[in-house]
Design a protein around this ligand. Structure first.
Ligand code: AMP
Length: 367
């Protein structure tokens, strides 16, 4: 990344990606103004409190001065990006994310840079990380159980209504990504943010790839290497102590074809949707194990066990804490070893569990 003076068009990606005043349909940001197109600079923003910390910098709440529009400003240090050799990854992420327009995909409005930093202008997600929402809910349920109270239907996680709504919204977002030939490849609660109205937002495209159009989105097995999880741009946050404790992020969402080093396609996102559904319902991912090799083994075998079924078998199930048969049916259909056998996203959106729980599916307002 070259050092460039402020306001000069910078070489991260094509100039069409640069945010200019007067653009942006359907949003008050960028503001519709008759002023000539210009790129952004730090002086255009009032920067407020930190929202979180990433591996290469921090994210701040900010307000664009002219329009008053509130955004999240992600500040990345060029030196750190260079040392970690992730400039290409950032370029790809910016290019992909700025072209996606969907209610459930975090908008990247634009970017600029100065001598030392790159700034990403992002949609502000007031609800924070889905991972934290899940952790809070898991802790609450554990407390309720410890004090002998009923923990409510739907496993030890977010509950059926919220989990179903999240899975439905994510299926919508992934369908949009796939229609643009983008495979996300890193769906997990840490990479999902929540908007003010509870809407889910895919927020991290650091591992995503733009697959070749017309090739049915096939990405070779070797393709995964250009997005090494250990070089993730988003690995830690202010909540780092509550992060998963694996060396290079979680392995729990890896699909069998990636574990086996086989070629992969958009089916990887469908698999991770199944893992997410399980984790949101039960509070832990389905193939969790003591060590990496045991996790790998369970993934390769698709060793899928529902904790409440096992409790049933040992006859001590309370009944109030059970996940519905419909939810389990969807999870089984998503977690198929053969990527081609996984339920297509269109069918996910018509699945009875989604229709029952994702209120957007039946025209009501989401939570
Ligand atoms: P990242 O570097 O993308 O992992 O971001 C670090 C942390 O900042 C995240 O874990 C979130 O807690 C917070 N954060 C990042 N982007 C946003 C956003 N657009 N809106 C609100 N919070 C954010």
């Amino acid at each position: 990344m070259q050092q460039q003076p402020r306001r000069q068009q910078q070489p991260l990606s094509p100039s069409s990606l640069l945010l200019r005043r007067g653009g942006g349909p359907g949003s008050s940001f960028p503001s519709s103004s008759s002023s000539p197109p210009t790129t952004w600079a730090l002086a255009d923003f009032d920067v407020g409190r930190p929202l979180g910390k990433g591996k290469f910098g921090s994210v701040y709440l900010a307000r664009e001065r002219q329009s008053g529009y509130v955004v999240a400003l992600k500040v990345l240090f060029k030196g750190q990006l260079r040392s970690a050799k992730v400039e290409h990854q950032l370029r790809r992420e910016v290019e992909i994310q700025s072209h996606l327009r969907h209610r459930n995909v975090l908008r990247l409005f634009g970017y600029f840079h100065d001598a030392e930093r790159v700034y990403l202008i992002l949609e502000y997600a007031a609800g924070g990380e889905l991972y934290r929402e899940l952790q809070r809910r898991v802790a609450q349920r554990q407390q309720q159980q410890a004090s002998g109270g009923a923990s409510g239907a739907g496993g030890g996680g977010l509950g059926e209504a919220r989990a179903g709504s999240c899975v439905g919204q994510l299926a919508e977002a992934l369908r949009h990504c796939h229609s643009k030939h983008v495979i996300h490849r890193d769906i997990k609660p840490e990479n999902l943010l929540v908007g003010r109205d509870g809407a889910l937002k895919i927020a991290d495209f650091g591992w995503s790839v733009h697959s070749r159009a017309g090739a049915d989105d096939a990405a070779g097995g070797g393709d995964a290497s250009d997005g090494d999880a250990s070089a993730s741009l988003h690995s830690t946050s202010s909540a780092s102590s509550s992060r998963r404790k694996t060396l290079c992020g979680t392995l729990d969402y890896l699909p069998p074809e990636m574990v086996a080093g086989e070629a992969h396609d958009r089916g990887v996102d469908v698999w991770s949707l199944g893992v997410l559904a399980f984790e949101l319902l039960y509070g832990a991912p389905p193939f969790e194990a003591q060590g990496h090799s045991e996790t790998y083994r369970r993934i390769l075998k698709v060793d899928l066990r529902f904790p409440d079924d096992e409790l049933d078998a040992s006859s001590s199930s309370s009944g109030s804490n059970k996940v519905s048969a419909e939810a389990k049916d969807l999870i089984r259909r998503l977690l198929a070893r053969d990527p081609a056998a996984r339920l297509p996203l269109e069918s996910v959106l018509r699945h009875p569990w989604i229709l029952r729980n994702d209120s957007s599916r039946n025209g009501q307002q989401r939570r």
